[in-house]
Every structure is written in C-alpha cells, then in structure tokens.
Design a protein around this ligand. Structure first.
Ligand code: ATR
Length: 286
C-alpha cells in the first residue's frame, strides 16, 4: 500500500474511538500496539462522546488534527450527516464505523462487513460460488451481506423472524450476480442441506443467554462452515454444537480485529499487524 499520510510524517498520528459508553472498548489496546510495532509515533484514545455532543466532537477532532477515528454505538448512523463524503461501503451499509480525515475533509467508511468477510475467508478459503445462509436482517447482517456480494458467492438465503425486513434488505442490496432469497426459521431444514456456510448475525446465544441457539444441533449439516458474530462468549452454543457435527467454526472476534485492521490501513497506508492485534485483544480479554 502507498503511504497515504506522507504529508503528516513529522506529526504524531492522533486516532481514537467515539462511543457511549466507551470504557470497555478493546480498540485502543489493538491500535496502540499496532502503531508501536510499526514505529509510527501516535496514539489511539477512547473518546466518551454523548449523542448530544457528537457534532461538536467531530468538529473538535478535525480542529485538533486527528488523522481519523472510529465510531461505535450509538453514533454509527448519526455521524453520516456530519461528514464531507461517504464511501460506497458506508452508503450500502447505512452506517459508518471509520472516519478518515485528510486535507481537512472527513470521509466515512464501513469496515465491519469487509472485516468480517476477511476473517471468514481466513478459515473458509475462497467464498466465490458458495451458498450462504444468513440468520438475521439487522445492521450487522446488512454489512456482511454487502461484503459477501463483493465476493461473488453463489447465493444468499436470509432467514429472519420478521420476514419483511429480509425482503426489504434484498430489495436494497439487490444485484443480478447473486441469487438472494428469504426463508423463515421453520423452513431452515429445507434450505440448510444446500448451505455451505451458515452465519448467525442475531443476538441469540449472546451473554447472558448462553444456553440459546438459533438452530437445533441436528439441523446443522455435517461438515459445513458455521460462523457466529457473537464474541461474548467466544464459543457460542451454536459453534459448540456445530463442532460436534464436524463443522469448521468461525467466531466473532475476527470481525472485530479485521474491521480495525482495515481502519488502520486507511489511516496509515500500511498493512496492519493482524496477528499482533489479535493476541493483544485476547490478552486484554482474559
Ligand atoms: P444488529 O446491528 O446487531 O444486527 P439489529 O439491527 O437490532 O442489531 O438486528 C438484530 C437482528 O437479530 C434482527 O434480525 C432480529 O430479528 P427481527 O428483525 O425479527 O427483530 C434478530 N433477533 C434478535 N433477537 C432475536 C430472537 N430472539 N429471535 C429471532 N431473531 C432475533
């Protein structure tokens, strides 16, 4: 990659994450270790920003000379109207998690979906031509489906409790290259045998409801790839049961690491030290 911050070489790179709450964010640990390893002078700080102060905070970051920042809950949608430009990823996902400030202009990106897909590819290999079933049709599903479409998967079945939301999502992200359809949870047994990759984007199985699972163990086809975006707990009941069915599993932590890796690459113009970031987060979580 080219060094996109050549003009700022003499300055320390100011980065951070705006959210409310922000105390438990793992992003500072992950980015500071990456900056240090690359020998880049700079710092990534947690920024506690209440919704009513978001506009002031964004203006302030620009005035202070920040190179960019992440935004997390609850600012991912609101921030969109405060920026000068939106990348296609942000427009398609309807949300921003990464802002790059260059020459006084602020551009918003969404690296969640592409980050997830990069972590999935690491485990699953090429995604082209694969049949994917996505559980859920909310914000997380939107970002992931956007990124899966770019990988030219063969087909995507969206399974959602509220079917209308899945229908709407297909309308908005529609492409002629990939066959997309909706299904209900009751119809899962019909669709799962043709599935190569099953992805849970819902909160079913998330702490503290760790005994819940969106798919009964006996319904999971043997030997497929099963992925869960949840990373608390790191191994959900879905993933545990999938492994007993001989499936390869992909947890949610990789999505967090790789969304950060893409953001780091946008800000610094350099490849992110992904395995170092991963071990720093694991250590901080334990
Ligand atoms: P996120 O940004 O994490 O995707 P969201 O936009 O609130 O959050 O979406 C949550 C998704 O999980 C939705 O698809 C939701 O289904 P509905 O659209 O029917 O609400 C799904 N979800 C959450 N809890 C669920 C449950 N108990 N059973 C089935 N689906 C559930």
């Amino acid at each position: 990659m080219t060094d996109r911050n050549q003009e700022n070489k003499s300055n320390a790179l100011l980065l951070g994450v705006m959210g409310d709450p922000i105390g438990h964010s793992m992003s500072p640990v992950m980015h500071n270790i990456a900056l240090e390893a690359a020998g880049l002078p700079g710092m990534y700080v947690p920024l506690h920003v209440k919704p009513e102060h978001l506009a002031e905070a964004v203006t302030g970051a620009k005035a202070l000379g920040f190179a960019g920042f992440n935004v997390t809950i609850p600012h991912k949608v609101e921030i969109m109207k405060l920026l000068d430009e939106l990348d296609e990823s942000a427009i398609s996902c309807g949300a921003v998690n990464t802002v790059v400030i260059r020459d006084g202009r602020m551009k918003g990106y969404n690296t969640d979906g592409i980050g997830y897909v990069r972590s999935l590819r690491e485990e699953a290999g090429e995604l082209t031509g694969r049949q994917v079933t996505v559980l859920g049709a909310g914000g997380a599903a939107r970002g992931i489906i956007y990124a899966l479409l770019k990988e030219k998967v063969a087909g995507i079945t969206i399974v959602n409790r509220t079917v209308d939301k899945a229908v709407q999502l297909i309308k908005e992200l529609n492409t002629s290259d990939v066959v997309m359809q909706t299904a209900t949870y009751e119809e899962l047994s019909q669709y799962l045998p043709q599935t190569d990759i099953l992805i849970n984007t819902t909160s079913i199985g998330m702490h503290p409801n760790v005994d819940e699972t969106p798919v009964a163990a006996e319904q999971i086809p043997e030997g497929i790839i099963v992925s869960d975006l949840i990373y608390n707990p790191m191994e959900t009941r879905l993933l545990r049961e999938a492994r007993t069915r001989g499936c390869r599993t992909v947890g949610g932590l990789g999505m967090f690491i790789y969304q950060g890796a893409y953001a780091y690459e946008y800000w610094t113009g350099q490849d992110a030290p992904v395995s170092l970031m991963h071990s720093a987060v694991l250590e901080a979580l334990n």
